[in-house]
Design a protein around this ligand. Structure first.
Ligand code: BES
Ligand code: MN
Ligand code: ZN
Length: 484
């Protein structure tokens, strides 16, 4: 979508549709709305005076044909009566776009009153709401339902372009996690990932083939051995600060498809496991934005990639493997593969980068969906300050986090009789067990684990998300890195 700003009165902006927000209980148009109302023959005042539109949260009224403006359609979107937040505004923008979808292809948005720096959430909401995964329709008969242009009336040009870049990175993450497993096996994920970050001047290093085992990634190798595609480990470095400045490490789960392996998953819903590399896509998406913004930080993204398949050579329950940090791990369920590949990556990050902070992102457990549903990411951390910072970014970006415990009492659950550690527990609460397992690989490094299994995927479209992958986590990480 082409994003621009215009310094014109709304009625003079070249766009087929206009979207404006209206706080609940507004009876007469004020501010920019008043000017638009005057130009369009009082049509806004008329709608506000009607019994059918009260400006309630999520309520939308479309005026057509609009006279006196270049746009032929006007969507009035209710903003409710609470103070406007970036997130409520993003959602309002999406509601306006939903109402105009298929009717117009270019929209102009009026910035709402009472929201600082409103250009950013305006562009984010609009670009994200305009997203559609459409790589595989051979007939593009949906063309008229796609938005091509967005103009922010009175917006800040620099902020608009930054937000557009950020939203484009989120859409890249969505595209990759929506792609089926056959299209995006490890080598293809690797190629696309490298190309995407290299475009922003990020340097990459790949450990693959025999080197995975030779260099000590015993868990990653184990998970990937049932697949015809060998596992790989991608290291992407962005050096925006000096050589002496400490690193921040981002680690993502990159399972290109998760069948469960020998402990195979039930058929129902298995196709969703094409999104099990969302974590890798998320951290690379964030890294690219950080590089595009030239932030004065050193950030490294560590991306273990594998396909979890059953096969004659696949790993089995009861197998024991040596992790990158030397710990021996007893595997009891081959479907708990994510924590294994992350463990090697976390240990690698600690050893080679001594990061001042480390965050991993993973579609890790069904258990976190039982706990938090689809509305929040599970946050697990050994550090209160890091947790607070991430929680604040969650609120700012609308990507909600909820902190879960990592008390030592839970560690009992992963004690193994025949190895240093087992990777699943005997008790309930697997999302916590998984985090306790990861914690064994981070040492004293301030670390947070984000289990995005819930919010990364939607069975139905919601607010500014289409059905399928949401691209969750990119905006969160960028916000956090930018402020810290
Ligand atoms: N990728 C899944 C977790 C998942 C489930 C993500 C549903 C998104 C939606 C993970 O690898 C997995 O299979 N976890 C198992 C662990 C269990 C075997 C201990 C799970 O949650 O069932
Ligand atoms: Mn699994
Ligand atoms: Zn998985």
């Amino acid at each position: 979508m082409n994003v621009s700003v215009a310094a014109l009165p709304a009625h003079q902006v070249e766009a087929e549709g206009l979207i404006v927000g209206v706080p609940e209980g507004t009876t007469t148009p004020a501010g920019a709305l008043a000017a638009l109302d005057a130009a369009t023959g009082g049509v806004i005042a008329e709608v506000l005076g009607s019994a059918t539109f009260a400006g309630k949260d999520g309520q939308v009224e479309v005026v057509y044909p609009l006279r006196g403006a270049k746009a032929k359609r006007l969507a009035l979107v209710g903003l409710g009566k609470d103070a406007l937040t970036p997130e409520t505004w993003r959602q309002a923008v999406a509601a306006g776009m939903d109402a105009l979808r298929g009717k117009v292809r270019t929209v102009a948005l009026l910035l709402p009153d009472g929201l600082d720096a409103a250009t950013t959430p305006t562009v984010e909401g609009a670009v994200l709401a305009g997203y559609k995964f459409e790589a595989y329709h051979t007939k593009k008969d949906d063309d008229d339902r796609r938005f091509t242009g967005l103009t922010v009336v009175g917006g800040d040009e620099a902020a608009a372009q930054r937000a557009a870049q950020l939203a484009a990175a989120v859409c890249w993450v969505r595209d990759l996690s929506n792609m089926p497993g056959n299209v995006l096996p490890v080598p293809e994920l690797l190629t696309r990932a490298c190309a995407f970050v290299e475009e922003a001047g990020i340097t990459v290093k790949v450990i693959d083939g025999d080197d995975v085992l030779k260099q000590g990634f015993g868990l990653l190798e184990a998970v990937g051995r049932g697949s015809q595609y060998l596992p790989a480990f991608l290291i992407a470095e962005y050096r925006g600060a000096g050589d002496d400045a400490p690193w921040t490490a981002l680690v993502g789960k990159g399972i290109t498809f998760d069948t469960g392996g020998v402990c195979i998953k039930p058929r129902a819903g298995m196709e969703e496991m094409k999104t099990d590399m969302h974590g890798v896509a998320t951290v690379l998406g964030a890294l690219r934005v950080i590089a595009e913004r030239k932030l004065p930080l050193n950030v490294v993204a560590l991306c273990p990639m594998a396909e979890n398949m059953p096969d004659g050579d696949a790993y089995k329950p009861g197998d024991i493997f040596k992790a990158y940090n030397g710990l021996t791990v007893e595997v009891l369920d081959t479907d708990a593969e994510g924590r294994l590949i992350l463990a090697d990556a976390l240990a690698y990050a600690v050893k080679h980068y001594q990061p001042k902070a480390m965050v991993d992102v993973a579609t890790l457990t069904g258990s976190i969906i039982m706990a938090l549903g689809y509305e929040a990411t599970g946050l697990f951390s050994n550090n209160d300050e890091l947790s607070r910072a991430l929680l604040a970014s969650g609120t700012e970006t609308g990507e909600r986090l909820w902190r879960m415990p990592t008390w030592d009492v839970y560690a009992e659950n992963i004690r193994s009789d025949i190895a240093d550690v087992r990777h699943i527990g005997k008790a309930k609460g697997d999302a916590i067990t998984a985090a306790m397992f990861l914690k064994r690989f981070v040492g004293d490094t301030p670390w947070a684990h984000l289990d995005i299994a819930g919010p990364s995927w939607l069975a139905e479209a919601k607010t500014y998300h289409a059905k399928g992958s949401t691209g969750v986590g990119v905006r969160l990480l960028v916000d956090w890195l930018e402020r810290n």
